[in-house]
Design a protein around this ligand. Structure first.
Ligand code: KG4
Ligand code: ZN
Length: 339
């Protein structure tokens, strides 16, 4: 008999719901919140209010698109954390109430494990190759940057992480310096396509081992732009593609360098990338190139599974369902990453 999992994601500024039949995607509905654009970042109070408005229509649409009835759902998986407390509370409360009313199990999912497990979602009638354990996963999002050894669905060991900003933050803060709206990562990616990545050089951090640091790079970019604007107030407009391509190159280079180091250190030849920044075209092509030149098998997610989505929560829920790992109605969200 098939298992139907409803996944709910509400950790930051995307409200999403997805239905899987076993590991196969039936629907993945995402409502992104535009309200934050003019503030240059996510405003937590506005995010939780928008989740409250979006959650019922998003879940309703996901169930309708999956072409199932709600009493066919076997269990509800939801993001427990990490994320913004108010945002997480909306998804958690809805998941608890819906599971209670349907009399079905509730499954908590860690957002970062969800990003990684998105690699195991299958499309109907189009079998995808999935990474074999153990593999290395670079998880790069707005809040996290880390390399993990993934030994099994829920056995993941973080072997390197950022000591300050996340890669997504580095993109978003650089975009803000250039006067671009939030989230700036996709815009940097877009303008960079027309620019020269070698036009400008910014100082990258070189931490030992597998940790990352992006705050020095951001400061170097900020001072560079500030000094150039003193000489020429139109400097940004005149050089936008080159500025975007150069800062993107520096961020991507720092990520790739550590991934390669990790493959040598742990002698693991399968690598995957996850999280919002894995939508970046330069990171995607650099990882493919890295794989070709170093004989590595590389897994890049479909675009719809890069930024926050509920399919990744539903697939993690599916594997927990198989293990019988259910939560109680007493469960509460957590805001920071579990160590
Ligand atoms: O995983 P995600 O949707 O949310 C978090 O869990 O944080 O990641 C969002 C981050 C933002 O910082 C956004 O700017 C970045 O992913 N991002 C990108 C691109 N698309 C999204 N960064 C660079 N290039 C992109 N194409
Ligand atoms: Zn995320």
């Amino acid at each position: 008999m098939s298992i139907y999992i409803l996944g709910i994601e509400s950790s930051c500024d995307d409200t999403s719901a997805s239905v899987l039949r076993d590991n196969v995607l039936l629907s993945n509905v995402i409502a992104s919140q535009k309200v934050h654009q003019k503030f240059g970042g996510v405003v937590p109070e506005l995010a939780s209010r928008a989740h409250q408005q979006n959650i019922i229509p998003v879940i309703d649409t996901a169930i309708k698109e999956a072409n199932i009835r709600k009493n066919q759902i076997s269990a509800i998986a939801f993001t427990r954390g990490p994320g913004l407390l108010g945002s997480l509370l909306v998804g958690t409360s809805f998941a608890k109430a819906f599971a209670l009313s349907l009399g079905i199990p509730l499954i908590e999912v860690d957002h970062l494990q969800g990003h990684i497990l998105a690699h195991f979602v299958q499309y109907p009638n189009a079998p995808q190759k999935t990474p074999e354990f153990p593999f290395l996963c670079l998880t790069v999002s707005g809040g996290h940057t880390q390399i993990s050894i993934v030994r099994d669905y829920f056995k993941m060991e973080v072997v390197g992480s950022t000591i300050d900003d996340a890669a997504g933050e580095a993109f978003d803060k650089s975009a803000k310096i250039l006067g671009l709206p939030y989230p700036g990562g996709p815009l940097i990616d877009k303008y960079a396509k027309e620019g020269n990545p070698l036009a400008f050089k910014f100082s990258e951090a070189h931490l030992p081992e597998l940790d990352f640091s992006f705050s020095g790079l951001k400061t170097s970019f900020l001072y560079f732009v500030r000094d150039k604007l003193k000489e020429n107030p139109s400097f940004i407009e005149a050089n936008l593609p080159d500025l975007c391509a150069s800062i993107q190159q520096a961020i991507v280079h720092s990520l790739i360098e550590k991934v390669l180091k990790a493959t040598h250190k742990y002698q693991i030849k399968t690598i995957a990338v996850a999280g919002g920044v894995s939508a970046n075209s330069s990171l995607r092509s650099s990882l493919i190139k890295l794989g070709e030149t170093n004989d590595l098998e590389v897994f890049i997610p479909s675009f719809e599974f890069t930024t926050d989505n509920a399919a990744m929560i539903a697939i993690a829920g599916y594997y927990k369902y198989l293990l019988g790992e259910f939560s109680t109605q007493e469960i509460r969200p957590y805001t920071r990453q579990k160590s």
